[in-house]
Design a protein around this ligand. Structure first.
Ligand code: DLL
Length: 435
């Protein structure tokens, strides 16, 4: 039987949810206009006043806000509460430019933790579980977010952070962890290490994985489920909006329910900003309607995905977002063709290769080149050059069928590609260096 953390909200009727969102949106717009000069200026420029926003149907009148605004307003320019009332800061993992910092009041943290507790419950977690949190702890929201949600759900929580993989497995076995929380790329690495230690899933008590913070494919899900002997659930979120738990997967494992009592989602055309209907691919935009310290209205995430309101077998009525296909800035245009790393990952895993790969894009004589280095498993290795070349050709053909362009595939020896303990970096676009 499906369990809920907050059934009244998670299964509310559309009318009830709309009413709640309308009330909260109206109050939030007023809070922001009154307390954040930056927003007041943006809204004045667009000629919109708080009184013009009477409910969710008026959302489209509000200006968008983007990462560039967050950088411009760094560090305190979007703060809507006195610093004295804030209790926490987190920051994005961006490596270039100014980092984005987000502020939380205690109330903001309480709501965030409830969102994560809902995710853990939807994945089947209860206070009988032992939850090993291997997302990084620190300014990154992964560790703190899952830790807080796990406490709230009553799980016995192991705040491991990432790294030291053999010790992770030892604790997992000694203490009997039943839930694993980390990035999907780290989960794959943990599964690989478990097998290398001569162990199998039967040597652990793990039953649930809660994985997110980076794009991952259905093929990757199946591969992790098999190597760790678990059911793997997706969890989505971003620092600007709170952290993990903005959306989470339920027993149906077919997309993530958005915590609509706290976040209103829209899909827009990334070029024109026009709001698109459900079931259409576009850029995900969030309005946080309960956040006190750092409330964002119509924040452009740059994540590309689809929203759907089809009835879900779990009973939740929250709108669902499909797995993000990646960020609009992850999309590579190679010889004029749009390519997402996830498309390449799908072909690799479907053809029996490991999810350890590096995509290198460059430009030679005005033509884009696409080189994909893929790690072999030990049993895929052959000492006959001809055999290896044939395998490379077969894989290149499979990728060509998916993308429509010809890549160069290089099969490299097992263990030669560095493993990720957090968010994996899989694309090197050298064209950007020349430009
Ligand atoms: O990654 C928060 C998080 C931590 C989510 C732990 C889930 C688990 P940021 O570092 O601010 O926050 O990065 C946010 O990561 O805009 C997406 O592009 C990507 N992302 C997050 N979750 C998923 C997911 C955390 N489940 C950015 N699938 C977002 C695909 C994801 N991409």
């Amino acid at each position: 039987m499906e369990r809920y953390w907050n059934e009244e909200i998670e299964c509310a009727s559309r009318e009830e949810m709309k009413k709640l969102q309308d009330e909260r949106l109206v109050a939030q717009v007023k809070h922001v206009y009154d307390n954040v000069e930056y927003y007041r200026r943006l809204m004045d420029e667009k000629g919109v006043k708080p009184e013009d926003i009477k409910g969710t149907e008026d959302l489209c009148k509000l200006p968008f806000i983007s990462k560039a605004d967050l950088r411009e307003a760094y560090p305190f320019g979007l703060l809507a509460k006195p610093l004295k009332e804030c209790v926490r800061i987190h920051s994005t993992s961006g490596t270039t430019g100014k980092r984005v910092v987000a502020f939380y009041t205690q109330h903001d943290i309480d709501i965030w933790e409830e969102c994560v507790a809902r995710a853990i419950t939807a994945a089947g977690g209860t206070d009988d579980d032992i939850c090993q949190v291997c997302y990084g702890f620190g300014l990154f929201t992964g560790g703190a977010g899952l830790n807080g949600g796990s406490h709230k759900a009553g799980c016995l929580t192991l705040p491991m952070s990432s790294g030291n993989t053999e010790r992770q497995i030892q604790f997992m076995r000694d203490l009997g962890s039943t839930i694993l929380c980390c990035t999907p790329s780290y989960a794959a690495y943990l599964g690989e290490t478990l097998h290398e230690m001569g162990l199998s899933p039967d040597d652990t008590k793990l039953r649930i994985g809660i994985f997110g913070a980076e794009p991952w494919t259905e093929e990757m899900r199946r591969s992790i489920e098999k190597s760790l002997g678990i059911k793997a659930y997706d969890i989505y979120g971003l620092t600007e909006i709170s952290g993990p738990g903005v959306a989470f997967e339920c027993s149906e494992q077919s997309g993530m329910h958005i915590n609509e009592d706290n976040f209103i989602a829209e899909i827009i055309d990334p070029e024109t900003g026009e709001v698109l209907p459900d079931d259409t691919v576009g850029e995900l935009v969030f309005t946080s309607i309960t956040k006190e310290a750092f409330p964002l209205l119509r924040y452009r995430t740059r994540d590309l995905c689809v929203l759907t309101r089809k009835k879900c077998s779990c009973g939740r009525t929250f709108v669902k977002m499909a797995k993000p296909m990646g960020r609009s800035d992850d999309m590579m245009i190679i010889r004029g063709v749009n390519v997402f790393p996830s498309q390449i990952e799908t072909v690799l895993i479907e053809n029996g290769y490991s999810p350890n790969y590096i995509i290198e894009v460059d430009r030679l004589n005005n033509t884009d080149t696409l080189d994909i280095s893929v790690e072999m498993r030990a049993d895929q290795f052959s000492d006959k050059v001809k055999d290896m070349q044939m395998q490379e050709r077969e894989l290149a053909n499979a990728i060509k069928t998916m993308l429509g362009i010809n890549p160069k595939v290089h099969l490299v020896s097992p263990k030669s590609i560095a493993r990720s303990e957090g968010k994996a970096v899989r694309v090197i676009d050298k064209r950007k260096l020349h430009d």
